[in-house]
Design a binder for this molecule. Structure first.
Ligand SMILES: Nc1ncnc2c1ncn2[C@@H]1O[C@H](COP(=O)(O)OP(=O)(O)O)[C@@H](O)[C@H]1O
Length: 286
């Protein structure tokens, strides 16, 4: 992880100096070396099955549920769930001109620059390294081809899970998203029940309601308004969808069409991943 965060930071510095005009030049020798070192460091990190801790990525449109499924899997597999959207929101919460600049971008549904996001991610990886974290599930990164190339230059990604959901459900899910301002729990008040496509079954996604103690403390993300969600979806199709093809071409992409809400989709996702449900996760809201 140290090598990865250092190498990612190196790439950020390289972008700052505009040294790297093309992706092939970006990771260069330093990052390549770092990747080898990172791989070598996996030796003592082997788990019971003999493989190193997972290094997975979650892709998918805003509202698809990346955070929900990534955080459940991270608890199951004992690896950190690193959501770049959370890193951005933490940065937004600290006072100063930087957070004002960020808010301008995020609240209009745009992506922050690769340089900013890579700096935030490197810092998070370094903090994790100090705590002895191993492996990761990335959620919301990479979101551009350039980010994917930088990541590829510094470490091996084992698997990329591409969550898919019908567009009308995505908008409703973003608009129904709520967070408890006290405990940080994520909920969804949307009850989605839509006609099946081409004679297929209806899609039902029950709401994920907060417990009574959180009900009066629910807040909505400022970028979860209809106008901004539509822009985020447009930006996803434009800049992030090509990342799916990037990983498909490398044979790393697992496409997963969500059949419905969490109770229906979670066991099917585990099945697709060939994982056993330890049974602990069923009731917890995430
Ligand atoms: N990898 C990234 N690259 C650029 N901007 C990012 C990235 N990850 C998060 N962001 C910024 O943070 C916002 C919130 O991200 P996230 O919580 O992942 O949203 P979503 O629900 O749209 O998937 C994004 O709209 C974007 O402005």
């Amino acid at each position: 992880m140290a090598a990865i965060s250092r190498a990612i930071r190196y790439c950020a510095a390289a972008s700052r100096r505009s040294v790297a005009a093309s992706s092939k030049e970006v990771p260069a020798d330093v990052a390549r070396t770092a990747a080898v070192v990172a791989a070598a460091r996996c030796g003592p990190e082997r788990d019971r099955e003999g493989g190193r801790r997972v290094q997975w990525v979650f892709l998918g449109c805003p509202g698809v549920g990346k955070g929900t499924y990534a955080s459940r899997l991270s608890r199951m597999l004992s690896v950190p769930h690193i959501a770049t959207g959370d890193l951005v929101r933490d940065a937004l919460a600290s006072p100063g001109p930087f957070s004002k600049q960020l808010a301008e971008i995020v609240n209009h549904g745009k992506l922050v620059s690769d340089e900013v996001i890579i700096n935030l991610l490197s810092k998070r990886l370094e903090e994790g390294e100090e705590k002895g974290e191993l492996g990761f599930i990335l959620d919301g990164f990479p979101r551009t081809i350039r980010q994917a190339e930088i990541l590829e230059g510094v470490t091996d990604i084992d698997l990329v899970i591409n969550l898919k959901l019908r567009e009308e459900a995505l908008l409703a899910k973003c608009l129904g998203r709520r967070m408890c301002s006290q405990c940080g729990g994520n909920f969804n008040v949307a009850s989605i029940d839509i006609e099946g496509e081409n004679g297929g079954p209806r899609m039902y996604m029950p709401p994920l309601l907060p417990p009574p103690q959180c009900e009066s403390k629910l807040i909505t993300r400022p970028d979860d308004t209809e106008e901004v969600v539509k822009e985020r979806l447009r930006v996803y199709h434009d800049l992030s969808e090509p990342v799916e093809e990037f990983y498909r071409a490398r044979g790393k992409l697992l496409e997963f069409n969500l059949p419905g809400g969490l109770p229906e989709s979670w066991p099917k996702l585990l099945q697709a991943l060939n994982l056993e449900d330890p049974g602990k996760e069923r009731s917890a809201a995430v």
